[in-house]
Write a protein of this length. Structure first.
Lengths: 354, 323
């Protein structure tokens, strides 16, 4: 197999603040193959955005402590100079953000902002860059693109703005597109359109995509592989099918059961994950999910779980101290509609019986 | 836009009327020297004072005095209009006297504006980009000193240090040099000290203001987008950061220019520059109501017109603003 487009290995991003060391990303590894889609899922503060911004070199600062390796297309990005990173940003790797209104400059025309991205990397005239901007706006499905290129961001609707952001990101035909919560700020009706657009353009441009989201529903159809992040670490990594059908981490279960589903019985309550994400300055000892985990045992508060293959299958990795067979039973119970507490009691009793 | 401007102009007229009224009431109610007595000279006879009083129109009731004053100013109402009366002290018409002094005040103001923008803005930008460094701390510390030092203090220190008659380093024309200087460059040379003194506090305010704005702006999402596009840091800061952070400066600048055109009273007094400010100052010391009224009205006029101008400009600076 050819080497992956993006290879992140043991990436650590810590920030020194007045309150202490913030362990935003604490040793994560993942790979993205050419043309493939990786979904990174987690709550806010799980480090999913920081890890991607680090790939782009946008978290470098005096207080940032970054280590590990980020290999992109054969280049070591963490040791690339700021000048060279500038050449990669917006050209080989592009990024779109959560709120397209605040992410576009309010004082410049949409066409200007897109052609600016082109001019930063291509030796073309302003008129050619503008034509490229119009071409991109056409491609992302903005009606009357030549006229709309002359408009300001506030004259666009939310969905149109995100389309314009996508047009800007893809203007230089990047190899990798990082989409950070691309639909979170949009109306539900527009969300699906934007996701479809990203998918369509991805196959047209043969771009690899990293989708960052807190919403498993967003990555359900798009992603080939899904990494679930919690408190700066990846707790479960599997192909999309496995993540939805046979997930093995209690946090993934929690995320799944907090999504409303059309096929669940009417009146069934959603099960939220209890508690709040931990402070990244003082992480709980042992498994950092233990204060919120319904299946926690005493030992889990001391031992840190490592991300390990499930039954030797490298394509499905989980960082959980429960035994895989116990996890499978618990997930089975949950799928039958059992509440976490009931599932715990059942499985624990069974274990005691054994 | 036209309707908006028309509405604003009506508001300007009302505002100027209120300001005139307030100035008049303050002058009438608060104790001040009797203009007629001041005018009459030493040991005047009661008859002389009464005659002067009649001549100046001070024998009429206060409301009548006020209505007469307004009536003379308004155009198309019997008189020629735009008559701001004449000075109690030397019979000079107020309006020509003000217009006479206006170029001096404009010269002083514009020079100082250019100076403080050239000093304040770069310092502010550099401080914002290098937040927390020793440079930033030093610049903002010095700025604080200049903001706190009043013009009459700074002006006297400047004269003491640099004036060519009394200065420790006698290198620049000092007090009263403006009136004696001739030609554009002579006048400009005479204004070097006043320009710096006047600009000091403003440069400091602008530097701090722009620094704060730019620090906030550089946290914005669109700055992150600009960086993600691969723009050079210079473009990110100037084209995207400063462009957005500087708009509130336009408001500040408009009002400051308006205020100074109405007379940089302290600077003009300290350096004895014959502008509107010193004219107003002299009038206040001599209880010369028509001159006080005239200069206050003029100052107010500049301020409200500049603020109108700023609001109109905003529509061009910020595409989101529409009237």
């Amino acid at each position: 197999m050819a080497e992956p487009l993006l290879e992140v290995e043991n990436l650590v991003v810590h920030f020194e603040t007045d309150d202490g060391l913030v362990k935003a990303v604490d040793g994560i590894s993942y790979t993205v193959e050419r043309g493939q889609t990786l979904g990174i899922v987690g709550e806010s503060g799980s480090g999913k955005s920081v890890s991607s911004l680090t790939v782009l070199g946008l978290t470098r600062s005096r207080n940032a402590r970054i280590s590990g390796t980020v290999r992109f297309d054969g280049r070591d990005l963490l040791n690339t100079s700021e000048d060279d990173m500038r050449g990669i940003r917006g050209d080989d790797i592009a990024m779109i953000f959560q709120d397209p209104l605040s992410s576009l400059h309010p004082f410049y025309k949409v066409g200007t902002q897109i052609s600016e991205a082109v001019l930063a990397h291509r030796d073309v005239s302003k008129a050619q860059a503008w034509d490229r901007a119009v071409e991109m706006l056409t491609l992302v499905g903005i009606p009357e693109p030549r006229k709309r290129a002359d408009a300001y961001p506030h004259e666009f609707s939310g969905g149109m703005r995100q389309r314009a952001m996508i047009a800007m990101a893809l203007a230089n035909d990047p190899k990798l597109l990082i989409a950070d919560e691309p639909t979170t700020a949009l109306d539900v009706t527009v969300q699906a359109q934007i996701l479809e657009l990203i998918e369509r353009l991805q196959s047209e441009f043969d771009t690899a995509v990293v989708v960052i989201t807190h919403d498993l529903g967003v990555v359900a159809e798009m992603a080939d592989e899904i990494a679930v992040m919690y408190a700066g670490r990846i707790v479960e990594k599997a192909d999309a099918m496995t993540t939805f059908v046979g997930p093995e981490h209690p946090y993934t279960w929690g995320l799944l059961s907090s999504i409303p589903r059309l096929d669940s019985p009417r009146g069934e309550e959603l099960v939220p994950i209890a508690g709040r994400p931990p402070s990244l300055i003082s992480l709980p000892g042992g498994c950092s999910f233990h204060p919120r985990c319904p299946y926690v045992r005493e030992a889990h508060k001391r031992v840190e779980p490592a991300l390990e293959p499930v039954n030797g299958d490298r394509s499905h990795q989980v960082a959980c101290l429960l035994d895989s067979s116990v996890r499978k039973k618990l997930w089975g119970e949950l799928q039958q509609g059992a509440k976490p507490q009931a599932a715990r009691n059942d499985v624990l009793e069974e274990e005691a019986g054994v | 836009m036209a309707a908006y401007i028309a509405r604003r102009l009506l508001w300007v007229v009302f505002l100027l009327f209120m300001i005139t009224l307030i100035t008049f009431v303050i002058f009438t109610v608060l104790p001040s020297g009797d203009p007629a007595v001041l005018r009459a000279g030493r040991q005047p006879s009661p008859q002389l004072i009464a005659a002067i009083r009649e001549q100046l129109g001070l024998d009429k009731s206060k409301p009548v005095q006020f209505i007469n004053y307004i009536g003379n100013i308004l155009p198309f109402l019997g008189h020629n209009g735009f008559d701001f009366g004449f000075s109690y002290q030397n019979q000079q018409d107020v309006l020509p006297a003000i217009l006479d002094r206006l170029p001096t005040t404009i010269f002083l103001t514009l020079g100082a504006v250019i100076l403080w923008l050239c000093i304040g803005l770069p310092i502010g930008i550099l401080s914002a980009v290098r937040t927390g460094t020793w440079y930033d701390r030093l610049a903002m510390g010095i700025a604080l000193v200049f903001i706190s030092a009043p013009v009459y203090f700074l002006g006297l220190v400047a004269l003491y240090l640099f004036a060519n008659d009394i200065g420790v380093f006698p290198i620049l024309p000092g007090n009263s040099a403006y009136e004696q200087a001739s030609g554009f460059f002579g006048k400009a040379e005479a204004l070097i000290l006043p320009w710096f003194v006047l600009a000091a506090a403003f440069a400091a305010v602008y530097a701090r203001f722009l620094r704060g704005n730019l620090i906030d702006t550089l946290q914005e999402d669109f700055i992150r987008t600009a960086r993600a596009k691969g723009l050079s840091e210079r473009k990110v800061i100037f084209r995207h950061g400063v462009r957005a952070a500087i708009t509130p400066i336009v408001t500040l600048l408009g009002l400051d220019i308006g205020i100074l055109l109405g007379g940089a009273i302290l600077t003009e007094t300290v350096f004895n520059i014959p502008g509107i400010g010193r004219y107003a100052y002299n009038a206040i010391t001599q209880s010369d109501l028509p001159v006080i009224q005239g200069t206050v009205l003029f100052g107010a006029f500049f301020i409200v017109m500049m603020s109108l101008l700023v609001d109109i400009l905003y529509a061009f600076i910020d595409p989101r603003v529409r009237y």
